[in-house]
Design a protein. Structure first.
Length: 80
């Protein structure tokens, strides 16, 4: 965007062509990804606090949960 003191800041040249529609789309996508990242942090902190869904009480939090993921779930993640 264009904010003081930098003015128009586009170090990668993503909108060097001046296309306003592309600029608006990139801004919307950045906001969307930022919101998803914030939700991911809330989810991580919630499970770190010990809150679990019913039926998932025995699954550890953080990266230790990767060892407890069933094979079909791994297959689904790889396929998508």
């Amino acid at each position: 965007g264009a904010q003081a003191p930098l003015g128009f800041f586009d170090p990668l040249g993503c909108v060097a062509d001046g296309d306003k529609e592309n600029f608006d789309r990139l801004r919307w996508v950045e906001l969307k990804h930022g919101r998803i990242a914030m939700l991911a942090v809330v989810g991580y902190l919630t499970t770190a606090a010990g809150v679990r869904f019913p039926g998932a009480e025995d699954i550890p939090g953080g990266f230790a949960a990767l060892d407890n993921i069933p094979g079909m779930v791994w297959a689904q993640m790889v396929a998508t």
